[in-house]
Design a protein around this ligand. Structure first.
Ligand SMILES: [Zn+2]
Length: 49
C-alpha cells in the first residue's frame, strides 16, 4: 500500500473537513485519491490507521 500519495492522504477511518463550507466526511476506503470540496483539498482532522 502507498502512504505517500499526493493530495489528501486519507486512510480508512480518517476524518476530513472542508475549510470552506465546514462539511465533514469520514473515509471508509483507503484510496489515496485527492479529496476535494468547494475546490479545495479536504483537511484531515483525524488520521485513521
Ligand atoms: Zn466544502
Amino acid at each position: 500500500m502507498s502512504d505517500n500519495t499526493p493530495g489528501t492522504q486519507a486512510s480508512g477511518g480518517s476524518r476530513l473537513r472542508c475549510n470552506e463550507c465546514g462539511s465533514e466526511a469520514i473515509v471508509t476506503t483507503a484510496g489515496g485519491s485527492s479529496l476535494t470540496c468547494c475546490g479545495v483539498p479536504l483537511e484531515i482532522t483525524f488520521a485513521g490507521s
